[in-house]
Write a protein that binds this ligand. Structure first.
Ligand SMILES: C[S@@+](CC[C@H](N)C(=O)[O-])C[C@H]1O[C@@H](n2cnc3c(N)ncnc32)[C@H](O)[C@@H]1O
Ligand code: SF4
Ligand code: SF4
Length: 326
C-alpha cells in the first residue's frame, strides 16, 4: 500500500509538474489552534474558531490520498493536543502517506512515544540554548524538548530540529550547530515572520534585512552538510538576490489546510483571497483557486527549502532523498 501510494504520487508529480497543474503532492495540515505554550512570536493558541473533528479529517485524508498525496506534515497549535490525534496519524499512515509532525516536544513521554512510531519524521522546535529557548517558549521547555528528542532517537525515529530566528536567538547559531553536531541531528531555520497568527509584539523581535543577511553570511561561513537541511546554494542565492527567480510551488504542489478545512497555498497565506474550503467547496475549486493565487515570494527559508525539494535538478533530488533516509 505504502509503495503503491508513493509510486502513484511520483507519477502524478511528474505529470502535473510538466502540465503546470495544481496537485497536492505535499500538504501541511494544522490540526488544531490549541497549544499548551505561548511562545513570544506566536498567537495561534488564542484563535477560537471551529475545528474539524476526526471524521472530517478522515474525509480530507481520503481526498488527498485519492489524488496521490505523498507527504503530510502535521502542525498546530500543538498537534498532540488534538483530540484523537493518534487515530488521525494512524489513518494517514494506513493510507500509505508519509508524515512529519511538527511539535514543541513538551507532550511526548514514555507512555505515548510508541504511538508516534508511524511518523516518517518528527520536527522539534528548538530555539537556542536553555536560556534563550526558555525565554522564548516558557520556563522548563528546553529540558522537555531535549528529553523528547532523546526518547524519539532511542526509538529510531528520524528527528529534525527547527529554529525560528529572531532578535533573541540570532546569536545562538554556534550553540545550534554544536548541539546538532554532537547529537547528529539535522537542522533548518526560518525567520520569525509577521503574519495573521504572529505574536502581538512581533515587530520588536523580527530581524531587519541587514541582520538576516548577516545571519545567512555566518551560516555560509560555517555550513555543515551533515547538519543543514537547506542547501548551501539557497543561502548563496539569497545573498546574491537570486531567490526571487526561483520557481515557486506553493498552491501548485504544496498546500496548507487550516483546522476548519480552509485550503491555502502556504502557512502564511490565511489572508490570501484564494482561500477555499476543501470539504465545502470541493477539490476542483480549491485547486483552481490556489493555483491562481498571487503574492510576492516571501523570504521564508523553510518554504524556500520546501520549494527546493520540488525542483527536478540532481542536487535537490539527492538532498530530499537524504532528508527522508534514516
Ligand atoms: C506554529 S508551530 C506549531 C507546532 C508546534 N507547536 C511547535 O511549536 O513546533 C510551527 C512552527 O512555526 C513557528 N512559528 C510560530 N510563529 C511563527 C512566526 N510568527 N513566524 C515564523 N515562524 C513561526 C514555530 O516556531 C514552529 O517551529
Ligand atoms: S509556536 Fe508552537 S508551541 Fe509556540 S505557541 Fe505557537 S503553536 Fe504553541
Ligand atoms: S510567496 Fe510566501 S506567502 Fe506567498 S504563497 Fe509563497 S510562501 Fe506563501
Amino acid at each position: 500500500m505504502a509503495n503503491t501510494q508513493k509510486i502513484n504520487g511520483i507519477v502524478h508529480f511528474l505529470i502535473n509538474k510538466i502540465c503546470g497543474r495544481a496537485y497536492p503532492f505535499f500538504v501541511e495540515i494544522r490540526l488544531t489552534y490549541k497549544c499548551n505554550l505561548k511562545c513570544t512570536y506566536c498567537n495561534v493558541w488564542d484563535i477560537d474558531k471551529l475545528e474539524l473533528d476526526k471524521m472530517a479529517w478522515f474525509k480530507i485524508i481520503d481526498i488527498l490520498s485519492e489524488k496521490g498525496c505523498v507527504f503530510i506534515q502535521i502542525t498546530g497549535g500543538e498537534p498532540l493536543l488534538k483530540q484523537n490525534f493518534f487515530d488521525i496519524l494512524d489513518y494517514i499512515h494506513h493510507k500509505g502517506i508519509m508524515t512529519n509532525i511538527i511539535t514543541n516536544g513538551t507532550l511526548i513521554d514514555k507512555e505515548n512515544i510508541n504511538r508516534l512510531k508511524y511518523a516518517r519524521l518528527i520536527t522539534f522546535s528548538l530555539d537556542g540554548n536553555k536560556q534563550t529557548h526558555d525565554l522564548l517558549r516558557g520556563k522548563g521547555t528546553f529540558q522537555k524538548v531535549v528529553d523528547s528528542i532523546e526518547l524519539s532517537r532511542q526509538l529510531g525515529i528520524n528527528v529534525i530540529i527547527a529554529s525560528t530566528i529572531n532578535k533573541y536567538n540570532v546569536s545562538d547559531l554556534d550553540f545550534m550547530m554544536s548541539f546538532c553536531k554532537e547529537k547528529r541531528l539535522r537542522w533548518f531555520f526560518s525567520f520569525v515572520a509577521d503574519y495573521v497568527y504572529a505574536g502581538l509584539n512581533i515587530n520588536k523581535i523580527i530581524l531587519d534585512e541587514r541582520d538576516k543577511r548577516e545571519f545567512i553570511r555566518k551560516i555560509v561561513g560555517c555550513y555543515d552538510n551533515s547538519i543543514m537541511i537547506t542547501r548551501k546554494k539557497i543561502f548563496i542565492d539569497y545573498l546574491n538576490d537570486k531567490v526571487q527567480y526561483y520557481t515557486h510551488y506553493c498552491g501548485k504542489l504544496f498546500f496548507f489546510i487550516e483546522p476548519d478545512g480552509m485550503m491555502i497555498p502556504c502557512c502564511f497565506g490565511q489572508d490570501l483571497v484564494c482561500s477555499t474550503n476543501l470539504l465545502k467547496d470541493g477539490y476542483k475549486v480549491s485547486m483552481v483557486k490556489n493555483l491562481k493565487h498571487s503574492c510576492k515570494i516571501c523570504p521564508s527559508f523553510s518554504l524556500l527549502g520546501y520549494n527546493d525539494s520540488f525542483r527536478l535538478n540532481p542536487s535537490s533530488i539527492i538532498h530530499t532523498l537524504r532528508l527522508l533516509s534514516k
